[in-house]
Design a protein. Sequence first.
Length: 301
Amino acid sequence: MSAGSPSEVAAPGAETPGRAATPGNPPRPAIRPRPLTILAAFIRRDWAIDLSYRAPFALRGISLLLTLALFYFLGDVVDDAAFEDQQGIDSGYFGYVAVGLATFTVIQTSLISFSRKLREEQTTGTFEALMTTPASPSLIILASAVYEILRATIDGVVILLAAVVIFGLALDTSVGGIAVALVTLIAALALFASLGVAVAGLTVIFKRTAALLTLIMSAIALLSGVYFPIDVLPGWIQTIANAIPFTWTLELLRAALLGGDVDAARLAGLIASVLVLLPAGLVFFGWSLRRARRAGTLALY
C-alpha cells in the first residue's frame, strides 16, 4: 500500500467501523479518531514520502547556505554602524536579513501548505474520502500541513545556526530574548496558518489558488521588511506595511534576537489577531465545504 493511499489516510486511528443495525442490535456509531492519532498519521505519511525522495534534503540545505552567503557579501556594501543605529539593533545588515529570511521561510510554508496539501488530495482523488471520515474536517486540514510546517521551522533554525556558526552572527541568547522569540514565532505560525486555512477554503471553491498565494507572498516580502527596512518605502506604503502582522513579527523577532527593544503592544496585537483570525479561518473552511457539497463540486478538481 502506498504512503499516500486513501485507505491509509482516510480514517487514521479509527479502531472500529460503525456496525450496521440488525434485529435486536441498534447501530453503533463509528469511533471518532483521536486528534493525536490523526496528527501522527499525517506526519508518518509525509515523512515516508520525503524519505522516498532524499535528494531534496541535501539540495535544500545547499540552497539555504548559498542564499545566506549572498546576503553576507551583500552586507559588505552597507554601513553596519549607521544601519544598527537606524534600526535599533546590535547587528548589521546581515543579522537583519538572516532573521528575516529564516522567519519568511517558516511563515511562507504556514501560509501555503494547507492549500497545497488540499490540492494534492483533490488531484489524487482522496479529498472527498477524507472529508467523509468521522474525523473533523478542521482537524484534518490542520493536521495535513503540520509536517511541512515542522520541516520549515527546522529550516529556519538551520538558517540561524548557519549564520552563527559559519558567518559569525551574534544572537541574543538570553532567557528573555529566547522566550519572546518563541512566543512571537508560535503566534505568527498560528496567525498565518489561519490565513492558510482560509485560502484552503477558497481552494475548495475555486480549485486553483496558486496565483493568489504567489501574490500574497510577494506582497509580504516587499512590504514587511524581510530584506530591507520599510523606512526606505514611500510614506503611504509604510502605513500599509506597518498594518501587516508579518511586519510586527519581524520587528519582534529582530528585537528579541538582535538586542533591540521589544514592543509589548505589538506582541499583544499579534496574539489578539490569532484569537480572532484562527477561529474565523476554520469557520470559513467549514462553510466552503458545505457550499461545495451542496453544489456537488467537492470531488472536482
